[in-house]
Design a protein around this ligand. Sequence first.
Ligand code: DQA
Length: 137
Amino acid sequence: MKLLILNGPNLNLLGKREPAIYGSDSFEDYFKTLQKKHTGIELFYFQSNIEGELIDKLHEVGFLYDGVVLNAAAYTHTSVGIADAVKAIETPVIEVHISNVHAREEFRHTSFIAPNVKGIIAGFGLKSYELAIQSFL
Ligand code: DQA
């Protein structure tokens, strides 16, 4: 099984960015833990701050991989392009958020992506990613 974790803008700063909300672990370290925990699957990771690169990645894996765990970060709330890409591909996508977006500012309550995903996991810290992976197993 091939799964991609796809992270959007500012998530390269995890560990340094607003630790009270997003925690103090870097994603690179957490990703190593995830790989060790899931030796039976091929787990890949890509992060970009650029909307078009996230769309290109969805196109690249979207007819080949078994699943995508997508944290589109701020683009969740703004991007018709990413929402359309999720709809266009065959690979099922799970939307994840580290924080509980519904307990935060109102602009975070809207997800352009949500109607096109298989499911949504939010508010469990970095564990949100692991729960999404488990949903594919
Ligand atoms: C986030 C929530 C978004 O509202 C925010 O823009 C992010 C991260 C989360 O994982 O909690 O960058 O997607």
